[in-house]
Design a protein around this ligand. Structure first.
Ligand SMILES: Nc1ncnc2c1ncn2[C@@H]1O[C@H](COP(=O)(O)OP(=O)(O)OP(=O)(O)O)[C@@H](O)[C@H]1O
Ligand SMILES: [Mg+2]
Length: 405
């Protein structure tokens, strides 16, 4: 999805069509053409082959809905996003039944359209890969959370261990954390566990491993039931390929609810794989300007600016007490919202020295609360602080990342 997606605008109302064009342009998409409903829409779409159709539902709605249906049955791979000023649930429902992928209420924000298009294209891409058997079916796959950042020492391991421990503490959740830091990763040390085997052994034995064998390769974090798959030694890393590691991760995702990947901060093939395989990437940046700049460059290198907000979520971690850049600066630079904000807390370092994550050693500290809440939100839960924090979108409002609406 490297090129800019193109949209065909289908709308009979001249004024509404004009407005739609403005929104498409402002959202950074290209306009492949414009037309009215019915046959004209079908022939234009067949001729231009846009990435998405952006269709206005105006009265009488029947013709618009018929057009959605015709386009959908002729070109099922092409997502149709409809927009309307209506608030009638019945019409929205009918549009979805006719095959629309999303429904946007007027007035439409360019960013909302952009996200909608990216999400539609991403799920279309996944559907195709699934059909080709290149990724496991969604029904069998757990959530893979990759904790990534453009450099070392920015809190990736702190965040991955704390989130993993918090998630594992939730009822009936099976969670495994995998140390993918091929520099000098030390997840085992941070959780004070002594592994007998590592990812290296699992790569080697994968073809013979069944579900029940997994426990021989992982080690349990006693306090929380979290499973830890320790990282290979530096020399062992040289003997295994990113593709072999990917197969292990996919195997784990078929057997755990959540797989958490801690990474090194280097932009290599292993990192690229870890980002590609992820359901969610927690992209860590600190509040220093250099860190934001590194993030932007890394996102460009990994071609990640086209990923949806749902998939790549920016987490700002304050690793020093000094005032850094404001999240609005990060938002402008990276062109996406800051999803979460972790405050500076000296107890984090103390936790590291004690060999346990801060959510265990000091659960009431501000950083521990923030990390535990992050885990809850990732797991699809809500964190309600007097109505301050709600899903799904987060916006910065002095001091904490809080809900958009
Ligand atoms: N919110 C925070 N407040 C205070 N200190 C923090 C915070 N987050 C992380 N730290 C500290 O920053 C240091 C680096 O954190 P961590 O080891 O998690 O980073 P990393 O990105 O995994 O580094 P590496 O790439 O070297 O593995 C640690 O000493 C940790 O205790
Ligand atoms: Mg680390």
């Amino acid at each position: 999805m490297a090129k800019t997606p193109s949209a065909l605008i289908v709308d009979t109302d001249i004024q509404s069509r004009f407005e739609a064009k403005q929104v498409v342009k402002a959202s950074g998409l290209t306009i492949s053409g414009e037309c009215s409903f019915g046959m004209e829409a079908v022939t234009t779409a067949e001729e231009l082959r846009p990435d998405v159709v952006f269709l206005g539902v105006t009265e009488p709605v029947e013709r618009a809905l018929q057009t959605v249906e015709a386009l959908q049955s002729l070109m099922p791979d092409m997502p149709i996003i409809v927009y309307s000023a209506t608030k009638e649930l019945d019409i929205i429902r009918k549009a979805m039944m006719a095959g629309a992928r999303d429904f946007l209420a007027k007035p439409i924000k360019p960013e909302t359209l952009r996200q909608s298009v990216l999400a539609a294209l991403e799920s279309e891409e996944k559907r195709k890969l699934r059909q080709l058997g290149q990724i496991p079916g969604a029904a069998t796959a757990g959530t893979i959370i990759t904790v990534f950042g453009a450099k070392g020492g920015i809190g990736k391991s702190t965040i991955s261990t704390n989130v993993a421990v918090s998630l594992a503490g939730q009822e009936r959740a099976s969670v495994v954390i995998v140390d993918l830091d091929n520099g000098f990763g030390d997840i085992a040390g941070m959780l004070d566990v002594r592994p007998e085997r590592t990812l290296f052994d699992m790569v080697r034995d994968l073809d013979m491993i069944e579900r029940d064998d997994i426990e021989r390769y992982v080690v349990k974090h006693e306090l929380t039931d979290l499973d830890v798959l320790a990282g290979p030694t530096v020399l062992e890393w040289r003997k295994i390929s990113p593709d072999q590691v990917r197969r292990v991760i996919e195997f784990l995702a078929r057997n755990y609810d959540t797989v958490i990947l801690d990474t090194s901060g280097m932009l290599n093939e292993l990192a690229e794989m870890a980002v590609e395989v992820a359901t969610i990437v927690l992209w860590i940046t600190t509040t220093e300007y250099a860190s934001v700049k590194d993030s932007l460059e890394a996102m460009q290198a990994l071609k990640m600016l086209s990923y949806s907000q749902e998939r790549v979520r920016i987490v700002m971690n304050a690793i020093s007490p000094d005032d850094g850049v404001r999240p609005s600066v990060v938002q402008d630079a990276l062109q996406r919202d800051v999803f979460w904000n972790i405050p500076y807390d000296r107890k984090v370092r103390q936790g590291t020295h004690l060999g346990q994550p801060i959510v265990v050693t000091a659960p009431h500290s501000i950083a521990a609360k923030s990390l535990a809440d992050l885990a809850t939100v990732i797991a699809g839960g809500r964190v309600d602080k007097g109505g301050k924090l709600q899903l799904p979108g987060f916006k910065w409002r002095g001091g904490a990342a809080v809900a958009e609406g």
